[in-house]
Write a protein that binds this ligand. Structure first.
Ligand SMILES: Nc1ncnc2c1ncn2[C@@H]1O[C@H](COP(=O)(O)OP(=O)(O)O)[C@@H](O)[C@H]1O
Ligand SMILES: Nc1ncnc2c1ncn2[C@H]1C[C@H](O)[C@@H](COP(=O)(O)O)O1
Length: 204
């Protein structure tokens, strides 16, 4: 079984992925953030580094897709390859931070890769509003993310809403996380588990 957690920066994906992997004994796949050779430079100068960062994330996410296909294990994945293309790369292009020439080049590589990608059995979307995202990014305290603007987060949130409302590739569970504290409150984590199990009924 392949489950993926999706959502904007700071929504709680890594936290929930870690908790679910521990609870169910699943393998977890995380994003390549701490050893990412471009991320810090990207936040310092988005226009200069956007193409290099997108190619890096695309390669790293495709490696994960391959592992999921080959492993035969139950895997929970923190963010999907779809988000790189449909949320981040598209948004950078819209904002004029990734040129049309580079975006078209990227999109043609992504469309080749897409034929090898299977949708997760369940996609869990963590929906959060911008002020709450800002609070959680601040709480996490990665220095290079201090430059993330409200405008950038808002545009990403709009892209997420559009993408999720058109998502038909597989089962989808939307969780509004702003009134939940699944880190500190076991009942909130229990509420999420119930929702997941209801969706996966029959697949478990
Ligand atoms: N529902 C929540 N309640 C309280 N704190 C949360 C919640 N979700 C995430 N956090 C905190 O917010 C920060 C960002 O969460 P993280 O899982 O790294 O987000 P993401 O992986 O989506 O970027 C972390 O410090 C985490 O502990
Ligand atoms: N495809 C991407 N383009 C730009 N930035 C990206 C992409 N994928 C992830 N990121 C950034 C956003 C955050 O700063 C870190 C980690 O993501 P998070 O949502 O906090 O798990 O990488």
């Amino acid at each position: 079984m392949h489950i993926a957690v999706t959502g904007n920066i700071g929504a709680g994906k890594t936290t929930l992925t870690t908790m679910l992997a521990k609870h169910y004994g699943w393998d977890a796949q995380f994003e390549d953030v701490d050893h990412n050779p471009y991320l810090e430079d990207f936040y310092a100068d988005m226009s200069k580094w956007s193409f290099a960062l997108q190619i890096y994330f695309l390669g790293s996410r495709f490696r994960q897709v391959k592992e999921i296909r080959e492993s035969g294990k139950n895997i929970i994945q923190d963010r999907t390859i779809y988000e790189d293309a449909h949320i981040f790369a598209e948004n950078l292009n819209d904002m004029g931070l990734l040129s049309d020439r580079d975006f078209n080049n990227y999109a043609s590589v992504f469309s080749l890769m897409k034929s090898f990608v299977s949708a997760p059995d369940l996609l869990i979307y963590l929906k959060s509003d911008v002020p709450n995202l800002v609070k959680k990014i601040y709480k996490r305290g990665r220095e290079y993310e201090a430059s993330i603007s409200i405008e950038y987060l808002s545009k990403l949130n709009q892209k997420y809403e559009k993408w999720i409302s058109n998502y038909t590739e597989g089962k989808l569970l939307i969780i509004e996380v702003d009134d939940l504290d699944f880190v500190e409150k076991p009942e909130d984590f229990g509420f999420i588990l119930e929702k997941i199990e209801a969706e996966l009924n029959g697949l478990f």
